[in-house]
Design a protein around this ligand. Structure first.
Ligand code: HH2
Length: 298
């Protein structure tokens, strides 16, 4: 499968199994499908296979380019689940989505055994919020199967991360972390073209940290890999607009506009239709800017 958007200035190529993803007309939309009872924004909404597949189809119709399926919530304070439970929730949904939706599937998991089963079921991206540090077998699995991997920054764990996040220079420290995790991945046999980076909005970050990361987002785009922005409906947006989770769409659009302008390649969102339009308009404008962020890992 090749996903190609036609008119971007950034020649970045991502290989995800047999899927080749280019970003030629700006960012791709990753639609979130949480098959959890407790996710912060859509927990409990897609618990049956039918509900999950319908939502994936709807996101495809609304313009999603990738479906990211997660079975374990990572919201602050979330209770971890074991491998058996994660497999039980996730795999039938990956299989069903794969059978009905013609989009690359990403799985949001930190466990190598879960990722392996998901890849066997058709997933081509492993979205690892622990950046290959949670399970010593994860790097080998990604290298062996050739799927893409998201390396995300998190300070602490979901249980503790919002207790007291601390940085001297949040942008520089996270950029350095992402450089180190990239070097580790490559040393484990993962090809550069398999890697996606993500500074991890809301994962061990105070309000000021999240805003700073977005204000200097181009720093991460310059690292030379596809860059993912996961800002959708998050608390730092709620703190600004003073709206409950479901009412943070307009606020999210503002954050996404900045992320796209500053070089994001993949936008992870709940509200696909609105964010697709937001990203389309901003990326069309940014293509007319005289200085743009050039990224190439090809
Ligand atoms: N955010 C969430 C989950 N996974 N993965 C990446 N790469 N980046 C993110 O910012 C990110 C992520 C949290 O959002 P959500 O999936 O909606 O909630 P929950 O973790 O409660 O299921």
């Amino acid at each position: 499968m090749t996903l190609t958007n036609q008119s971007s200035s950034r020649p970045v190529v991502l290989t995800a199994g047999s899927t080749r993803i280019t970003f030629e007309s700006g960012p791709l939309l990753m639609g979130v499908l949480n098959v959890t009872p407790d996710s912060f924004s859509d927990g409990g909404a897609y618990l049956t296979i039918e509900q999950a597949v319908n939502h994936a189809r709807q996101m495809q119709a609304e313009g999603a380019d990738i479906i990211d399926i997660g079975a374990e919530s990572s919201r602050p304070g979330a209770r971890p689940i074991d491998e058996t439970e994660e497999l039980r929730r996730l795999i039938p949904v990956v299989e069903a989505v794969r059978a009905t939706v013609a989009l690359p599937i990403s799985v949001d998991t930190t466990k190598a055994a879960v990722a392996r089963r998901a890849v066997q079921a058709g997933a081509v991206i492993v979205n690892d919020i622990r950046a290959l540090q949670g399970d010593s077998l994860m790097a080998g699995l990604v290298a062996e199967t050739g799927v893409a991997v998201v390396l995300m920054h998190m300070q602490g764990t979901p249980q503790t991360m919002q207790a007291a996040p601390r940085y001297n220079n949040v942008v520089e420290e996270i950029a350095q972390f992402l450089r180190e995790r990239t070097q580790f991945a490559i040393a484990q046999g993962i090809r550069p073209s398999q890697i996606i980076l993500d500074p991890g909005f809301g994962f061990g970050k105070l309000q000021e940290h999240n805003l700073q990361l977005l204000a200097e987002f181009e720093t991460f785009a310059k690292l030379g890999y596809p860059l993912l922005a996961g800002v959708s409906r998050k608390q730092f947006i709620g703190n600004l607009v003073r709206q409950p989770v479901q009412e943070r769409g307009y606020g999210t659009a503002g954050a996404i506009a900045v992320a796209v302008l500053k070089g994001a390649h993949i936008i992870r969102v709940h509200d696909v239709r609105a964010m697709k339009d937001t990203a389309t308009v901003v990326s069309a404008i940014s293509r007319h800017a005289r200085s743009s962020v050039e990224v190439s890992n090809a």
